[in-house]
Design a protein around this ligand. Sequence first.
Ligand code: HEC
Length: 156
Amino acid sequence: MTTTKSFYINLFCMILLSLFFLSTVYISNSLAKDDMDLYGDMLEDDMVNPFEGDEEAIAIGYERFNSRCSYCHGMRGIGAKGPPLTRGYYKVSGGTNINLYSTIASGLTINGRPTQMGAFSRTIEDDDIWRIIAYMRQEYKDRKAAGSNFKYGVYP
Ligand code: HEC
């Protein structure tokens, strides 16, 4: 009698505990997503991009992006075999200026293994990396203004 009773009490506690853990996982995931959504808009304490919003630089960035990035990331960064780069958030690299700069300059490794995202610091000059980032930011703003819902591979 008492053993079945304690069995049910145990069972009840275990269900309660797992509900608790599930809810913490759920809450932390939704918080993380909120953070990501903010990445498209400049973070306040981020490194300053000297070319942010500079029309001439953005035009050069666009041209550089087309010749060096779009064959993997799609025209206007809408995503191809590489992930989209103009939807405002960056799952792997993070979306601050410094995250983007270091990803482009030194490439991405995941668990110590290089990915197809190689390093560009030897073949794209410093200022041009910033111009490309300025272009990516502008493209995000334009797509947002055009009412995009940022579907993978779809412009806007
Ligand atoms: C040879 C194909 C290729 C080229 C060229 C390339 N990338 Fe990538 N890039 C990738 C792939 C694949 C990933 C995803 C890596 C992963 O997560 O496994 C990636 C990831 C990234 C990320 C992180 C995205 C995220 O959501 O976290 C950024 C930022 C990025 N690339 C920027 C650039 C820029 C800017 C250029 C041009 C200078 C460029 N890439 C050129 C293939 C490429």
